[in-house]
Design a protein. Structure first.
Length: 608
């Protein structure tokens, strides 16, 4: 391939420089009700004497699954400077090859179906358009590192444009097309665009402008959210010693259900239930989401593993440290709320206890290590099956708890001189601020340097292995312990989870080595009766309370349309209550260590 642009400035800042950018994108949405984005890529002032290859990304950074974005692409066509069709060949599902041409300009046009409201896809309706770079734009192979312009054309004068991409500098009237500049394709992918009827509020931290943009209606109080967000930004900036951007945008979509976030260098996309802000627990969960995605602007977006120092958008990018990228970020998202004074010590420990309970309820923690969970993310985390809980563990969940234990361990081993903060600051200074990828060995060394000791055993047991986490070993020096209990009215353990499906009580999963599994019950069975009497998804657990541990019991199911009765031997109830509480008579040293960690010591009234 030989492509010879006449001029390719890397960071254009004036209209004259903008005219010289040879890769120019236009996005229009002339009929929002049809969910179709009109996308046009213009190549200007170039010559292609050999075939030109265009590729469409298959995934987006931060969401580790091949999502095959090209399945939403249609009406692909190419024209030269005289609007004559240019021939092309489809090489594979993501790749188009254009024939050589002596035309000084090319225009590639296609449309993207946008009706999937998530943080990693595109959505267009009569109130807004939202699009992500990886789900929208082709790239010219061999020229991903060159400047690209993006012109967004709102369908209505009342629609506003919000993105972290810098504008080209030209003054634009509201509702009119506006052009933005990406220094390369990575920046274009990393800068989602919101166009529509949204509202926003601005604030400043460390002299840098921030904007909170909200689309949708709910019971949120934007002023309160912005105030809390400002505190979160200040707290995280203090940890890392500043803010590595010129401006930042929080983009929140309010919806009927679902939730999540996707991090970017200079912005983040958040999705949250529209009525999730008045209940304190749900509001705290939202603030954790904000803190999590904002923390990623350091950890992952700039501080990232060697394997994703540069992105290959066409295939899986394998690495083994997602437990640190996501798990450590998850640990900090709630800890930041405590440091910012947005939640109490007791609330923090309650949330941490709940996550311990969630992990302990997953049999897969005995099967899959954090390293394997990280590596297998492309085929497992986002593709759960009925056996997932038996065979895998989340690098988010276990990674968070392992990060907490590492923090406590470093504090003890270094006699209070270092903490996990030390690790983050060290990695940021040596790798993150230069966007130089770290290896697994370099990551481990950073932890060991902070701990002032070898962590071979810890990493072998808890990160590369599947040893049970010893919570009390790490909590005790901080005057805390883990209380584990089973409510007195708990039912004996059968080992199934059910859901109502088309009026039937369907078994959705069966715990490995449980009474149900040993008796031959399967996921997909329809649960009909226990002890000869009909049960439903809402009654079967209560019915089990009528039976004793070790008592044989008949369970009737439809298994592949065949009525089947099996005999099970009920087991001991699974512990269902986990609480981190103060030890009896904590010492002054224990209190001081806990206060250094959590900026306070929990009330002794929480014990028991």
């Amino acid at each position: 391939m030989s492509v010879t642009p006449q001029a390719r400035p890397q960071s254009p800042s004036s209209p004259s420089e903008l005219d010289a950018i040879w890769q120019q994108y236009w996005v229009r949405m002339p009929e929002p009700a049809n969910h179709l984005l009109d996308v046009e890529l213009r190549f200007t002032d170039f010559s292609a004497t050999e075939p030109l290859t265009l590729r469409f990304p298959a995934w987006t950074p931060g969401s580790y699954l091949l999502r095959e974005y090209s399945r939403h692409l249609q009406d692909f066509c190419v024209f030269d400077a005289s609007d004559r069709p240019v021939s092309f060949t489809r090489l594979d599902k993501n790749t188009w090859q254009l024939a050589p041409t002596d035309s000084p300009r090319l225009r590639i046009h296609y449309r993207i179906y946008a009706n999937d409201l998530t943080v990693r896809t595109n959505h267009l309706d009569t109130t807004h358009g939202y699009f992500n770079g990886a789900a929208t734009f082709l790239y010219c192979e061999g020229h991903q590192h060159e400047a690209i312009s993006l012109t967004v054309c709102p369908p209505d004068p009342s629609w506003q444009i919000a993105t972290s991409l810098p504008p080209d500098g030209a003054k634009v009237e509201p509702g009119q097309p506006q052009t933005f500049i990406a220094q390369n394709f990575d920046e274009l992918v990393d800068s989602p665009v919101e166009v529509g009827l949204h509202r926003s509020e601005s604030f400043e931290v460390l002299g840098k402008p921030h904007r909170f943009v909200v689309w949708g209606k709910g019971n949120e109080d934007l002023a309160t959210i912005v105030k809390a967000t400002q505190t979160i930004v200040e707290t995280e900036a203090e940890l890392f010693g500043g803010l590595p951007y010129d401006s930042y945008m929080f983009l929140l979509h309010l919806t009927g259900s679902g939730g999540g976030g996707l991090e970017h260098k200079n912005s983040t996309s958040l999705l949250y239930p529209r009525f999730g802000f008045q209940n304190q627990e749900r509001y705290d969960r939202f603030l954790s989401l904000v803190a999590h995605e904002f923390f990623h602007l350091w950890n992952v977006k700039r501080l990232r593993p060697k394997a994703i120092e540069t992105f290959d958008y066409t295939q899986e990018n394998y690495f083994r440290s997602l437990w640190f990228c996501e798990g450590t970020t998850s640990y900090y998202d709630t800890l930041i709320l405590r440091r910012a004074g947005l939640i109490s010590v007791e609330t923090y420990l309650k949330l941490l206890s709940k996550r311990i309970g969630n992990l302990q309820a997953i049999p897969g923690r005995h099967v899959q290590s954090l390293v394997d969970s990280s590596f297998d993310t492309w085929i497992k985390l986002y593709r759960p099956t009925e056996n997932s809980s038996n065979s895998q563990v989340s690098y988010y969940l276990k990674g968070e708890l392992v990060s907490a234990l590492l923090d406590l361990h470093i504090r003890i081993q270094s006699e209070g001189q270092h903490s996990l903060d030390t690790v983050m600051q060290d990695l940021w200074q040596r790798f993150g601020q230069y966007e130089r990828g770290y290896t697994d060995a370099e990551l481990k060394v950073a932890f060991e340097t902070a701990a002032t000791t070898s962590l071979d055993e810890f990493f072998a047991d808890y990160i590369a292995g599947t040893a049970e986490l010893n919570y009390d070993r790490f909590l005790e020096p901080f005057g805390l312990k883990l209380d584990i209990s089973t409510p007195a009215d708990s039912a004996p353990f059968l080992g199934i989870k059910t859901a109502t499906e088309n009026g039937m009580t369907k078994i959705k999963s069966v715990t490995m080595d449980s009474p149900a599994q040993r008796a031959g019950m399967w996921s997909g069975d329809e649960l009909v009766a226990i002890g000869g009497y009909k049960v439903t998804a809402s009654t079967w657990e209560e019915r089990l309370k009528s039976y004793k541990v070790g008592q044989p019991l008949s369970v009737t199911v439809f298994q592949r349309e065949q009525l089947k009765t099996v005999e099970v031997m009920l087991a001991e109830p699974i512990p269902g209550a986990y609480a981190i509480v103060p030890v009896s008579d904590p010492t002054e040293d224990q209190r001081l260590r806990c206060t250094d960690w959590l900026k306070g010591f929990p009330s002794l009234e929480t014990e028991g």
